[in-house]
Design a protein around this ligand. Structure first.
Ligand SMILES: Cc1ncc(COP(=O)(O)O)c(C=O)c1O
Length: 963
């Protein structure tokens, strides 16, 4: 490679951990002479790609950023007053720098290992408290994907609640007020039909509900900006035993009577305007709050308070083994990855501003809206709303002409026949109001714009009857961190409690925690990308258009398919969308009766959950003793159901980390029996450049861009789950009301046309900088790293599955079940002990209970792989000590793990091993110790005593006394 080529390919060696010399050493250890030999031994020849990917040459990081600036300039950032659930906001710089742009926050995994996740758990508890306080509903979850899906989740939860005690559906109807956001209506339409919900649209004022209605949804303030008083409507709904969902705006609720006080059963919405950039549609965290009655049915993650082994207060994800609502085929929701990072940002915004600060922002917005309304009225433009918070709908005789004038001034409004709506936000200044008036004045051929701004004016636009009187955000956390120093330290104190990729590798099988490179992430903060409204005119997002088209083409190429939809904003959402395209395909061929999906028992829980939500019947097929798909059973079921077979959902390489030889045969068999094949793309990191779902014979797959394509996990989101499909399914990809849609497109699955569009930039950068060569190399190294670790560990542990040549794919499973018998040690003990060695546990008990699944990814270097293997071998020696009686079965380093600083430092030490062994079990730990902040968390205590908002300060005081 010459000097110039070297520069062009520099990102490949930044992304891939092992260097040349390390590679040689690792191959030798694995027992192969070259990478090619390893890959030949691992992937069946029949599935290998015959040619290289056509995704271009690699480009350097510098070149990438320079070229991207040019593309970015094709996006035009207008002053935008479109509203409709998305608003400009000021991201406090302290949050931007210390959370959004900080790997200590964005590279975290979902907080399943609570002892090393107390920081983000505390922040998510703040989020829940904020939502609960502002909505005046006692229980809130820690975020959903977007407002549209939150509305659909509410609908599904209430539908199940109302119909659960009946053999057949007695209350199928859901009333949808005309004045909810268009994108919410679209997602409701998508989600209602497959589960048997009948949507009835109308005006809530004239709605005649009866016992057939299980629920309704209204918007507050509504899509016209009008504040309606829903009290009577809610009473009416309750009188016929029906529930009410209020879609709402948390900032507005600082001034308005909250949904809980009006009697609503559920409140949902988007927290974007609380300090999270527009990002052309996302990512942002949606919220979901409800009454206590539904606490065991609420979808998404809930953070709860519990106790650790020392009786000390700590936090954990409540009501979950993995997720309470994803009960395989009995599931009511498939929410897994959500929007944790953005929920944390919104929570931090509330922590920083406090109740007073939020109220002042809301008042300023409302005052400017009122001033604008008055001044426009004075020049002959009447506002249609009698009561409003931030949005006024103004009658104009010629909306097209107004649009022309506004766009000349680089201003966006929302346009309707004979009217225009203007949503004021936190960034709007007095000067901006004059600018708007100026545009309207031009309609009257005037060049004068005047406005009187009275900061003390009464907000007569908010009805007295609906003015909030109750307090909110009274907890000290929302009343302490006002200065930037305080805030910076608060954020840092939480970050310090969490183990992220900037501490050590996180080898979570099936999760692909690879490098999230800084160059990939930087552009997400550029205004040309993060300040675009998702419903801005297409002429203003030509840069995005170019990037998204290129990305779609690359993803189609990588998966071997014909078309891609970038809309689904999580892996599970991708599954759901892909299954809907299968359903639409069969329906289009008059094969509506094809409603059976086969799913092997080893599949991820979201697979059956998504299938049920998409209206399918799930038939679970067996795995053999070794956990491989039982081919005979699969075929027998395909034959048995062949008249009604819709398809098969399969993960490849399998969830056991093996490239099953029979895959082509399986796909063919399903096709022969009239079904289609859905491939779960969670394991694409073992396929890219070597094989592809299309090549194998599948019809559709989703990609977890937050795994394979470098989007960081953010502590449980954001993610993106685009789907790629072959020609058969391409006509049915989801549409959106803001786009030109194909005739057969299914309705939208996300609120925004391209889901969480701004983070697509990360995957775009990943593919661009690695080029075809780097993508393939990444896959090869993912496989090499896994096989190297397997080789180092296989003499001391049982490796559960390997391919026919003894190799694994990009991950492998270690069986810990024998230690229960031999030493009383469970997989959880190993997971917790690894924390003492500075490591996050691999995936625990998935897909096989009592095991751990290790996926190192290509980004980890040899030294880090060795540290992890050393830790695992040292843990094995600790288990041996219990087995041979050198250590006790009850008091040992594993059972007492993790060891906190507090425990190790306490005056009295009663254990049979030393403090040093507890905290510094290997030499490398002494160089850079990461301390778990709490001892082993008691899961059952937390579920029995469910507390999901910040407790009163007295609770902390009692705990101090106890400790
Ligand atoms: C095999 C598999 N399928 C699907 C999913 C769901 O993806 P997401 O969390 O993005 O919804 C996961 C998540 O870990 C997975 O491992």
């Amino acid at each position: 490679m010459n000097l110039f080529e070297q520069q062009q390919q520099e990102f490949i060696r930044r992304h891939i951990g092992p260097g040349e010399a390390d590679t040689k050493q690792m191959l030798a250890r694995v027992g192969v002479s070259s990478m090619d030999e390893l890959i030949d031994k691992t992937l069946p020849a029949a599935i290998r790609l015959k040619q290289d990917l056509q995704t271009g040459e690699p480009v350097s990081e510098y070149q990438y950023l320079t070229e991207l600036k040019k593309t970015a300039s094709l996006n035009k950032v207008f002053k935008t007053y479109i509203g409709k659930g998305y608003y400009n906001t000021i991201v406090p710089s302290v949050i931007l720098r210390n959370v959004f742009e900080n790997p200590g926050w964005y590279t975290q995994y979902t907080p399943y290992q609570a002892e090393i996740a107390q920081g983000r758990l505390e922040s998510l508890l703040n989020f829940q408290t904020m939502v609960s306080d502002l909505t005046a509903l006692p229980i809130a979850n820690a975020s959903l994907l977007d407002e549209g899906t939150a509305a659909a989740e509410a609908m599904a939860m209430l539908f199940n609640q109302k119909n659960k005690n009946h053999d057949h559906i007695t209350a199928p109807k859901f009333f949808v007020d005309d004045a909810i956001f268009e994108q919410t209506k679209e997602v409701l339409l998508t989600r209602a039909q497959p589960i048997g919900v009948e949507l009835v649209f109308g005006d809530y004022k004239t709605a005649a509900l009866d016992e057939q209605y299980f629920g309704s949804i209204v918007q507050y303030p509504n899509s016209n900006g009008q504040i309606e008083d829903y009290k009577k409507f809610i009473d009416h709904a309750h009188s016929v035993n029906s529930f009410v969902v209020m879609a709402t705006d948390l900032l507005a609720l600082t001034l308005l009577t909250p949904p809980g006080e009006l009697g609503a059963d559920v409140a949902i919405g988007n927290t974007q305007r609380l300090g999270v950039p527009l990002g052309f549609g996302g990512p942002h965290a949606a919220f979901f709050a409800t009454k206590d009655d539904f606490k065991r049915n609420i979808p998404g993650r809930i953070i709860g308070v519990s106790q650790d082994a020392q009786g000390k207060r700590c936090l954990r994800m409540a009501l979950q083994t993995r997720e309470q609502h994803i009960r395989r085929e009995k599931a009511t929701s498939n929410i897994c990855t959500a929007q944790a990072l953005l929920a944390n940002m919104a929570a931090m915004y509330a922590v920083y501003h406090g109740a007073e600060g939020l109220k002042n922002i809301a008042k300023r917005i409302s005052l400017l809206a009122q001033t604008l309304s008055n001044e426009l009225a004075a020049i002959g433009f009447a506002t249609a709303n009698s009561a409003y918070f931030d949005t006024i709908k103004v009658n104009v005789e010629d909306a097209a002409r107004l649009r022309e004038l506004a766009e000349k001034q680089e201003i966006n409004f929302a346009y309707y026949p004979g009217a225009v709506s203007i949503s004021i936000d936190e960034t709007t200044s007095q000067k901006d109001i004059l600018h708007i008036i100026h545009v309207f004045a031009a309609m009257r051929n005037s060049d004068t714009a005047v406005a009187g701004f009275d900061a003390d004016a009464l907000l007569t636009n908010i009805p007295t009857a609906l003015t909030r009187t109750s307090a909110f955000l009274t907890h000290p956390v929302f009343n302490t961190h006002r200065s930037e120093s305080q805030m910076m330290r608060y954020i840092k104190s939480l970050e310090n409690k969490d183990l992220s990729l900037n501490t050590s590798m996180i080898s979570l099988g099936s999760c692909t925690m690879k490098l999230n490179a800084a160059t990939q992430l930087i552009p997400v903060s550029w205004p040309e990308f993060n300040s675009i409204h998702p419903f801005a005119p297409a002429s203003q997002w030509k840069g995005y258009q170019q990037i998204l088209t290129e990305l779609e083409n690359w993803l189609s190429e990588i998966t071997g398919f014909a078309a891609t939809s970038l809309q689904p904003n999580s892996g599970a959402q991708g599954e759901y969308t892909g299954l809907l395209t299968i359903s639409a395909y069969h329906a289009d061929r008059n094969d509506k009766h094809r409603n059976i999906i086969l799913i092997p028992i080893s599949a991820h829980v979201t697979n059956p959950a998504s299938a049920v939500m998409a209206g399918f019947k799930v038939v679970v097929t067996k795995c053999d003793e070794a956990g491989n798909i039982d081919l005979e059973d699969l075929k027998a079921n395909a034959l048995k159901h062949k008249d009604n077979l819709a398809g098969l959902m399969i993960t490849y390489p399998s969830t056991h980390g093996v490239f099953e030889e029979s895959i082509i045969d399986i796909c063919q068999f399903i096709h022969d029996n009239g079904g289609l094949v859905y491939m779960d793309g969670a394991n694409m990191n073992a396929q890219v450049g070597l094989t592809s779902p299309g090549n194998i014979g599948a019809d559709v797959c989703h990609l977890n861009l937050h795994k394979t394509f470098a989007i960081p996990h953010g502590g449980g989101g954001p993610g993106m789950g685009p789907i790629c499909v072959n020609e058969k399914l391409a006509p049915y990809l989801p549409g959106h009301h803001t786009l030109h849609n194909a005739d057969k497109a299914i309705h939208a699955v996300s609120a925004a046309p391209f889901g969480s569009a701004s983070i697509l930039l990360i995957s775009y950068a990943y593919i661009k900088m690695l080029g075809a060569k780097g993508l393939k190399s990444s896959t090869e190294y993912a496989i090499l790293n896994a096989n190297y670790m397997k080789t180092r560990l296989e003499n001391d542990y049982t490796i559960l599955y390997t391919g026919k040549n003894g190799t694994c794919a990009h991950e492998f499973i270690i069986d810990l079940r024998p230690f229960k018998q031999s030493a009383g040690i469970e997989a959880e003990d190993v997971a917790k002990r690894l924390m003492d060695y500075n490591f996050h546990a691999p995936t625990l008990s998935f897909p096989v209970a009592g095991t751990i699944m290790i996926e190192p990814t290509e980004s980890e270097d040899l030294a880090e792989l060795d540290r992890f293997c050393d830790a695992m071998l040292s843990v094995r020696a600790e288990i041996s000590a219990i087995e041979d009686g050198t250590s006790g079965k009850v008091d040992n380093v594993l059972k007492n793990a993790p060891h906190t600083q507090l425990v190790v430092m306490q005056a009295e030490w009663k254990h049979s091993y030393s403090r040093e062994v507890a905290a510094y079990p290997l030499e490398y730990v002494k160089q850079n110790k990461f301390w778990p902040s709490v001892s082993r968390v008691n899961n059952t205590y937390g579920d029995r005593n469910l507390i999901c908002t910040c407790e009163p300060v007295s609770a902390y005081m009692e705990e101090e006394v106890q400790a």
